[in-house]
Design a protein around this ligand. Structure first.
Ligand code: ZN
Length: 176
């Protein structure tokens, strides 16, 4: 996070920069969405369309170059960017060559975050509190999100079906 120690903290920076990291710091973030953005390329003096990746955490988005995009595919095992939602990656600062100079760049770490893939195995997602069945993703929501939303509403992690049943019950109670 910008901590006011670097002069660039005082500029209007839309994207995460190497100066947002303390020395040696790594940020593990959860991908929210991939959008298209236009960035100004200094080498060519032209605007270039690039993928912008936003996160659920309070961390500014990054512009993903080829290197980082390929690393996300390698770490998550998912080539379809529409399925990156909910995937965790770790960001860190590395020295890299740009126009012949060594500069600080934000890189996606090849190390997979421990709570990595949401879809893999049961660990982080408990079974449904009503039917005891597996909580799975629905539509745009990952299994983790379905569990979390129902937990927030009803105080217990539920599968989508049981969540809907509770919703209906609530409605009936209100009506009568
Ligand atoms: Zn259920």
């Amino acid at each position: 996070m910008a901590n006011g120690e670097d002069y660039r903290d005082y500029m209007d920076k839309e994207y995460l920069g190497s100066w947002d990291f303390r020395p040696g710091e790594e940020k593990t973030v959860t991908i929210k969405a991939v959008e298209q953005c236009e960035v100004f390329e200094q080498n060519t003096n032209k605007k270039k369309k690039m993928p912008k990746i936003t996160f659920y955490e309070n961390v500014k988005p990054i512009v993903a170059n080829n290197k980082n995009s390929k690393m996300i595919i390698a770490v998550t095992g998912i080539g379809n960017v529409k399925e990156w939602n909910g995937q965790k990656i770790t960001l860190r600062v590395e020295k890299d060559r740009a126009s012949g100079k060594l500069v600080d760049c934000i890189r996606v770490s090849p190390d997979k975050p421990k709570s990595g893939k949401v879809a893999e195995g049961p660990p982080s997602i408990p079974p449904c509190g009503d039917c005891g069945g597996e909580i799975t993703g629905v539509g745009d929501y990952t299994a983790e999100q379905v569990a979390a939303v129902n937990f927030k509403r009803y105080g217990v992690a539920l599968c989508a079906d049981c969540g809907n049943k509770r919703k209906e019950e609530k409605k009936e109670n209100v009506d009568t």
